[in-house]
Ligand binder design. Structure first.
Ligand code: HEC
Ligand code: HEC
Length: 288
């Protein structure tokens, strides 16, 4: 039978339960704890009342303050745009080369360009412009297919490459799978492999692939594989490869060229953004 009594040692009441002579002291939750508990319930109720928290089947009840994270973002964006307005206008009004030389404008453009790049370009060109070997070119090296001057870069970004934009960059490499035999393709591949190796400069002319290259490839890639921008033919005599420098990768390209496509950004981004991107890409390290 439960019988509450006072424990003689601590002077506290027991719960009145007893098991095999062991009794339990009654130690209630401290008053301060209960107070904090009640206050937090009150704060939670106040919060539910002020802020959006109750979802109905159609929407979220806005709460009496009418606050929303979207509105806050919109306000902040409007504020940032207002703050950037003068600089954006100046960027658009200044010729690109001069903007690149102007410390304030260049810093502003490169910071904004980095964010724009991550959003619009990094999926293909990699964060920081490192490219993806075999698919999308690196933008931070000195190897440019279409030119690394600011004017070239903005043209590439504005109109893209091999897309439906009338001004997009165009170039085509024929597929040689039909016109050259397997042996010839292997021979010209071996020749291409020697182009980036200066120590083979003398011996390579005697390779059977040399004549095949001269006849079929030099018009676009240059006699020594130095590339030709009028035809959009990439350099072949350096260690930088768009689609990979292995024997297999080169052979695959000769058989069946990849013809990478890049969308045009003229309709998606405003002029200031295009210029920011240009200065950012130009500043990645390979700008001419
Ligand atoms: C869908 C993929 C894709 C996206 C998105 C993309 N690019 Fe490209 N980009 C490519 C491909 C593919 C090439 C190479 C095409 C070729 O073979 O000439 C290229 C080439 C380039 C070049 C020329 C490089 C050279 O060597 O001349 C520049 C500059 C460039 N991109 C910048 C950008 C910027 C800046 C953005 C973002 C606004 C962007 N690209 C978005 C796929 C993409
Ligand atoms: C009409 C011009 C043209 C001719 C002719 C041509 N090419 Fe190309 N070549 C290109 C273009 C343009 C590209 C870039 C293609 C792309 O972006 O997909 C390219 C790319 C390549 C690449 C890849 C380069 C890299 O960086 O990964 C190799 C290798 C290559 N060509 C070898 C050859 C060989 C070998 C021949 C002769 C059998 C040849 N090409 C003939 C225009 C040409």
């Amino acid at each position: 039978m439960a019988q509450r009594e006072r424990d003689p040692v601590t002077g506290r009441l027991t719960t009145g339960h007893e098991w095999d002579g062991i009794k339990e002291l009654a130690t209630p939750i401290p008053g301060w704890w209960i107070t904090v508990f009640l206050i937090s319930i009150a704060v939670a109720l106040l919060y539910l009342w002020l802020y959006p928290s109750f979802a109905t089947t159609k929407s979220l009840e806005p709460g009496v303050l009418g606050w929303s994270s979207r509105q806050e973002l919109r306000d902040e964006q409007a504020m940032a745009a207002a703050a950037q307005g003068p600089l954006r206008n100046r960027l658009v009004a200044t010729p690109l080369e001069e903007a690149g030389a102007d410390e304030t404008l260049r810093r502003f453009a490169q910071a904004g360009g980095r964010a724009l790049f991550n959003e619009n370009c990094a999926a293909c060109h990699g964060v920081g412009g490192g490219g993806q070997q075999g698919q999308f070119p690196a933008l931070l090296d000195d190897d440019w297919l279409w030119g690394g001057k600011q004017a070239d870069i903005i043209q590439t970004i504005r109109h893209g490459i091999r897309n439906e934009d009338a001004d997009s960059r165009q170039s085509a490499m024929p597929a040689f799978a039909d016109t050259l035999s397997k042996d010839q393709i292997a021979q010209v591949t071996d020749y291409v492999l020697t182009l980036s190796d200066a120590s083979k400069a003398d011996s390579r002319t005697s390779l059977p692939g040399a004549a095949i290259f001269k006849e079929n490839c030099a018009a676009c890639h240059g006699d020594a594989g130095e590339g030709g921008r009028d035809m959009g033919g990439p350099r072949l005599n350096d260690a930088i490869w768009l689609y990979g420098g292995s024997r297999d990768a080169i052979m695959r390209q000769i058989n069946n060229p990849r013809m990478g496509v890049m969308p045009s950004f003229a309709t998606r981004l405003d002029e200031a953004s295009l210029r920011m991107l240009t200065l950012y890409v130009h500043g990645l390290g390979g700008g001419e």
